[in-house]
Design a protein around this ligand. Sequence first.
Ligand SMILES: [Zn+2]
Length: 965
Amino acid sequence: MLTRARLLSARWTLTYCQSVLGRRPAGYLSVACTRSYQQSLSVKTRFRLAISAHRLLASSQAKRFISLSSAPRSKMTTSDKPQQQETADTKTEFTNKKAFERLPKTIVPSHYDLRIQPRLKDATFDGQVEIHVQVNESTNIVTVDCAEIEISEAAFIGHDGKEIPSKDKQILKEMERIRFEFGDKLPTGKGKLRFKYTGVLNDKLRGFYRNIYTVNGEERYGACTQFESCFARQCLPCWDEPAFKATFDVTLVVDKHIVALSNMPVKSEEPLEGDGAWKVVKYDTTPIMSTYLLALVVGEFDFLEDKTEDGIVVRVYTPLGKKEQGQFALDFAVKTLPYYREFFSVAYPLPKCDLIAIQNFAMGAMENWGCITFRETAVLVDPNNSSAAGRQRVALVVGHELAHMWFGNIVTMEWWTELWLNEGFASFVEHISVEKQFPDWKIWYQFVDDFFSSAMKLDALNSSHPIEVPVGHPDEVEEIFDAISYEKGASVIRMLFDFLGEEGFKAGLSNYLQEFEYKNATTKDLWRHFEQATGKPVSTIMSDWTMKKGYPVVAADLEYGKNGKATLKLSQKKFSLLDQGEQNLWSIPMTVQVLPTNERQGVGLVKQMFDKREDNFTLDNVQETQPVLINANLIGFYRVKYSDKMLQLLVPHISSGALAPLDRMGIQNDLMALVLSGDVSVPSLFELWRSAYKNHEKDPIVWQNILTHVGRFSALMAYTDSHDEYQQYSWEILVPLLRQIGWGSKEKQGHLESLLRESLVDRLVKSGHPETVKTAQELFEKYLNGDNGVPTEIRRAIFIAATAYGGKEGYEKLWSLYEKSELQEEKVKMLVALGWTQDTALHQKTLDSALSKQVRSQDVVYVLAGCAHDVDGRERTWQWIQKNWEALKESQHPSLFSRGLQSVFNNFASEEKAQELEEFLKSHKLEQGERAMEQAMETIRIQANWLKRDGDNGRKWLQAQTFSI
Ligand SMILES: [Zn+2]
């Protein structure tokens, strides 16, 4: 049976052959294309056809012709990209590397018998592990990963039962390893290594850490593991690298009243011999897996349970009294697991899957196999008080973690360099699961506004890195859990999905998962399977996008000629905000669309690989008034710089809505970036928002995207003397929108409208729009008086209105609400708002709370972001950080600390400030945040340059306007 995608692909083949030959193909090609068009060719044959056509093109010196096939808009597709053979430059870039070597394979583990007894009050644990190993080469030296634990006994037991105790040990602190020397050489073959040790339940939210929470005001203790990336070694001596897979038998000895969870179901539970206050819980053997996926969770929990259609038991564990908040995630997970089984054609291999909300958690969530841990805001939904954004976040995060059960857990990256295989794929697939269950959320549009845009923002920096980045030492590994591995990874997979079509994509993926089940794989392995499934040259094209840093900007100009012909002139260069003259060339799958200007004209859609520095293409059947759009639906990971004339022809199609929402988003998104890079002056963007979007734009997601940029310019214009005019300008654009969508009600909510209202009211309150602030303050009073009808999505805005414009009284009211609130989602909104006070003493109080018991260490980042929201607050926050540097560093997970710092630094905008920060950071090292700090310094310089270059143009333009509010 031929799917719609294949039919369209066949039609593309004919068009493509015509286009590259400049005429209808003859001979074999002609027959084949005609058959292709008549729906009868296989993917492989179509691929051969395309390649033949492409070779003909490559061998001729003739100009390329692109023939425009006219098709009604409803038939447009994004699933029939041309196949190409261009060779990508596979140059790899290297970062500054610390000395590091992977563990040798002299001895390899196959199974761990692990017994852990946490002593929660003392914040310590006792451990014992027997590691079944294969000794490949006889040696008396064994080195394993190990950090922050004290080993009291180490011995080797040979297959003949002979025990060889260790003679000496050396702690390799820098490498986070321990090296044992044995009295005799260990014989080759099977054996066991036995270690007895003690460790500390730390408070840094990694390794095996203590989770402090309160029940009715009383402090209680639990414990939890976070082993990814390289922290299993803080709980047991082990081969802590993803490729050393093994099975695990876990035993936990815990207080008899407490819940104890691990990856597998409980096998037995009995009182500890000789001490009935403890119980010994043993779990079934895990599948073969990497150490970073092992999990131990102990504490007090409630839970909800359900089963998937395959009989897998799914539970959501919540803090006591919050059981009903687990229902949304439970329903989502129960439907998603079977959906993934079908999508990947590989079953979920464990009998159970727990989703556990942990009160203190550094990341969003962690995909421990069968025992997934989350921070509360990423898994709990309060039916009455969670916002649309909160609900959506939970769906995406749960979808992401469940995707890891396949990507990461069944098949694991060979080394951290290929982290993106885990994270890029899970980030892509989470959207597939959400789209399936909530089609009205238009999650793929939101993907472009969120994932795609943040990836482009980070990857425009010279301090970015390629998706596949060589890393070694654990500190370097931690640094690449960023928008490049996740968001850019997902964006290039989206591009690939479009290029291969759903059928080929799924076939390749399923074959890959089956070949590497319970093993490790590399990016090349995945490309090979896609190539085998589709016959397309995946490796050569994709390596451009995974092995090069950054992405291109395509400059486009159009010359209309005679007889309906037009010449499209394209050139590409690396997009850069601080140009360092880096040159690179990408194979760009281009989509060129000629838009109709009357009902008689169809939409001309052409797909073409653009892989030269500059090239000209001839378009047929184009009238002078017809605009030409590039990168339809923002599938390609590149920016477009239109000539003025091309842009002017597109503008009426933005305001009329004739352009698709993603294309309307793309034009202003690219223009914003071009303003920062110095290619375009800011008044052009201000004019565009006013003429093309204000009063015209209907799509909530396009507005979301605009609002992000309006906010960013607000932060920049605050460093000029025309910030007030800028706010008035923003009100002129945004207030009509608020009048249109209104303040909403709790009962009747469209999901997307609700998301937009949150960002819109937020922006208007933050910019001090009097009418909005007044309404927000009234709503805050209502909320304070127990009126639960206040829409959930505007709660952060009403909290900010209370603190920023409500004086000491408003601040105190919010502070006491914060102390009482039980819902984490609202508490973090309140923390941000508490930083918006204009009273310096209260601002100081908010900052100080970050180091008190009133704020969980995982939430300090919200305090810093809120306190640094404006020019003065940012400076005070920076002073406070310097004063409290050691205490902050001590209390924070390193990744969270550098994120918190970024949220403060990223809005500074002067060279002097960049130098001052750099100087400070020279003597205040951040072991796992160097890359993040480099990115922050570059961002400051980009903004400083923009202010110097274009700030005055913005100021003059604003001061020359009258605003209709
Ligand atoms: Zn992930």
